[in-house]
Each structure stands twice: as structure tokens, then as C-alpha cells.
Design a protein around this ligand. Structure first.
Ligand code: NAD
Length: 360
């Protein structure tokens, strides 16, 4: 007979203010004015400078121009220069147009100056829904949590993701799916976030294969953006586990590209945890249309393959001794996980990930 008893839980919502829709970024000026902002600095990476200039032009009299200097993993000197610039120019809002790197820079400004952030995400990474910030100094990544870095408003415009190259979109989408999957078995998981996680996983699994065939398919872009938003809510609401520990180690110790590292290792983390939280993994299997949780790792590996995502960590920069070192770092400073960390098993799975072999 089915067990109807529910576990106790605690659910605390973050104060989120989300506008979602195709073309919605053209309402940015009105949204900013409605919220009392008068001097708005648009932040971008150097690559997205032209998009930033277009947006700054649309902001007209409330624009403080574009600051196009965001880079991956927020080096501390980059953050310090941006803090100085915003302070000297009496900016009253940072409008972060971009992915996790640009939003990450805005978060460091907010942390030091209380500057409100409005985010217009253009990838699927999800940083805009979290109060987590991070920066790098002397090759070491430091992260923390502070409610001041949570964007006051987020504007999701799927149109802006049309230029994200197909393979980058696939990796970024799998990065989002990883947030949703880990939320299902988080230490502080709860029924609301689990519902959002399942909806996110289904949306991303449906949209990503369409995007890699036709990156201009706006309906698929909309669905992926929706899935990424929900994944971001998951990431911002509950703790993460082994998969995020692996990826933070790959990024922090080996500077591997963020989204690709997430996409490649997800199959192996899921394989490791396939029997760790049976209810969560059975729900995941149902969401992905897989008939047994034993086959989940392989199903994600095959999904990656169909999305033309690189399969091997060695191809994105992990050295040969990486799997053993990463397994050791994870066992020495573990995050919560629903099952214990076993060095040999982890090293074996990471070696398969290094070589791009199926997880099972
Ligand atoms: P990213 O922001 O580094 O963007 C990757 C590249 O894609 C950049 O060159 C960018 O200019 C370009 N790009 C972005 N959107 C584009 C578009 N629509 N069209 C064309 N080019 C586009 O990548 P990311 O994966 O979004 O972010 C990774 C960073 O975010 C990492 O440092 C990660 O640690 C951080 N992150 C933080 C959190 C958090 O909660 N704090 C969550 C997720 C990611």
C-alpha cells in the first residue's frame, strides 16, 4: 500500500519580483521608473557590450551608460573597479544584462554598497534568483550568502537568449537542470520547491533538444527560460549536494568552464545518488520518462550526447590527475548529500567523466 505520510518541512520564500515574456525587456525603462530608479548603469561582459548600449539607449534620461567589464568568476580587482565606478558616478541601480558572470559582478557591487540590482538574464544559469555571491582572489573562489545581493527585480525576455549559441544554450540549460535535480534531494527539500523542480526539469528536457536543432525557435526559448527561472528558484531556496560540490571544485581548483562542467558531470552525480533518495529519484525518472532510476545516469549521458554537449572533462581542461584530486577534495570538505561520500566510487565515476565514458 502507498505510504501517505509526509516528512516535516520548513519553507521560506525569497522576495522575488519577476516579469516574464517575449519582448519584455522593452518594458525595462517603465519598470525601472515605477520602482523609483533615476540613474541606472547597465552592466555587461565585453562580448555583450553592443546589447548593453542598445538597452542603455532605450533607458534614455535614466541611463548612466554601460559598464562592459564583467568576466567569469568575478575577479576581486574587477569587482573593486566596478564598485569605485558606481560610487563615483552616483548610480542608483545596476541593471545586469547577461549571464551569471554579469549578475555576479552586480552582486559584488550590491554587497559592498547596498546598490539595488535589476537583472535581465540572457543565459539559463539562475544566479538572478539567489542571494549567493562569489568572487575569486589569488585563484581561490569565495562564496557567501547575503540577501542584499538578491536582485530586486528580474525581467526574463526569451528573445534575448536567441543569440546564445546552441551548444552554450544546451550546457547552460543542463546547468539549470542540475539545480532542479539537486533540489529534489536537498537536505532542506520541501514539497513546493520539489513541484517547481519537476516542472523545471520537464520544461528544460522538452526545450533543449529543439533549441540545438533550431536556436531561433522562440517557443522553445520561452520554455527553456521558464525552466531556467524555476531552476534558479530551486537553487536560491534549498541547499545543494554532491553535484554542486563536484562542480565548485572543478571551477575553483581547475578553472573549468562553469556550464560545461555542470552539464558533463550531472550524469555521474545522478548515477552516484540513484538510490540515495528513492522518492526523489523515482520522481526524476518519471519526469524524464525513464523507466527505472538505475538508468537515470545513462539517460542524462544520452541526453547530453543528443544535445552535442562535450562528454569528457579532459576535453574542457581537466588534467589526468584531476579525478583523484577532485574526489579527495570532495571527501575532505563535503557538502550535505543524501548518501555518504565514498572516495573509490567517486574517483571511478570522475575517471569515467574525465574520459567521457557512460556512467554505467
Ligand atoms: P556567463 O555569464 O559567463 O556567460 C558566458 C558567455 O556567454 C559570456 O561571454 C557572455 O557574454 C555570453 N552570453 C551570455 N548571454 C548571451 C546571449 N544571450 N547571447 C550571446 N552571448 C551571451 O555564463 P553563465 O553560465 O551564465 O554564468 C557562469 C557564472 O555564474 C559562474 O561564475 C558561476 O559561478 C556563476 N553563477 C552564480 C550563481 C549564483 O547563484 N551566485 C548561479 C549560477 C551561476
Amino acid at each position: 500500500m502507498k505510504n501517505l505520510v509526509m516528512d516535516d518541512f520548513h519553507y521560506k520564500a525569497l522576495p522575488l519580483d519577476v516579469h516574464f515574456g517575449i519582448g519584455k525587456s522593452s518594458d525595462a525603462k517603465q519598470i525601472l521608473i515605477d520602482n523609483g530608479f533615476k540613474k541606472v548603469l547597465v552592466l555587461t561582459t565585453p562580448d555583450q557590450k553592443a546589447s548593453g548600449e542598445k538597452l542603455a539607449n532605450e533607458l534614455e534620461e535614466i541611463s548612466a551608460g554601460v559598464y562592459p567589464h564583467a568576466v567569469m568568476h568575478v575577479p576581486i580587482d574587477v569587482a573593486n573597479r566596478a564598485i569605485e565606478f558606481t560610487t563615483n558616478n552616483e548610480v542608483d541601480c545596476c541593471l545586469a544584462l547577461g549571464g551569471g558572470s554579469t549578475i555576479g559582478l552586480a552582486k559584488m557591487i550590491a554587497l559592498k554598497t547596498d546598490m539595488p540590482i535589476v537583472a535581465i538574464p540572457t543565459t539559463y544559469a539562475g544566479s538572478e534568483m539567489t542571494s549567493v555571491y562569489g568572487y575569486t582572489e589569488n585563484n581561490l573562489k569565495t562564496t557567501g550568502k547575503d540577501i542584499r545581493v538578491l536582485p530586486k527585480i528580474t525581467i526574463y525576455d526569451p528573445k534575448l537568449t536567441l543569440t546564445l549559441p546552441a551548444q552554450v544554450s544546451a550546457c547552460s540549460g543542463m546547468n539549470a537542470m542540475a539545480h532542479a535535480i539537486e533540489a529534489l534531494y536537498a537536505e532542506d527539500k520541501n514539497p513546493i520547491i520539489s513541484v517547481l523542480a519537476i516542472e523545471s526539469i520537464k520544461s528544460l528536457a522538452e526545450a533543449l533538444p529543439i533549441i540545438v536543432k533550431d536556436m531561433t525557435d522562440i517557443a522553445a526559448r520561452q520554455k527553456a527560460t521558464y525552466g531556467a527561472w524555476l531552476a534558479g528558484v530551486c537553487l536560491g531556496s534549498v541547499g545543494m549536494a554532491i553535484h554542486h560540490k563536484i562542480c565548485h571544485t572543478l571551477g575553483g581548483s581547475y578553472n573549468l568552464p562553469h556550464a560545461q562542467a555542470h552539464a558533463i558531470t550531472l550524469a555521474y552525480s545522478v548515477q552516484y545518488n540513484r538510490n540515495a533518495d528513492i522518492e526523489a529519484m523515482d520522481r526524476l525518472a518519471a519526469a524524464l520518462g525513464v523507466d527505472s532510476r538505475e538508468k537515470l545516469g545513462l539517460a542524462i549521458y544520452r541526453l547530453n550526447k543528443s544535445l552535442d554537449i562535450p562528454l569528457a572533462l579532459k576535453d574542457i581542461g581537466l588534467p589526468e590527475d584531476g579525478p583523484a584530486n577532485v574526489a579527495q577534495i570532495i571527501c575532505d570538505s563535503p557538502y550535505y548529500n543524501p548518501r555518504e561520500y565514498k572516495y573509490d566510487e567517486l574517483k571511478d565515476l570522475l575517471t569515467k567523466a574525465y574520459q567521457g565514458l557512460p556512467p554505467a
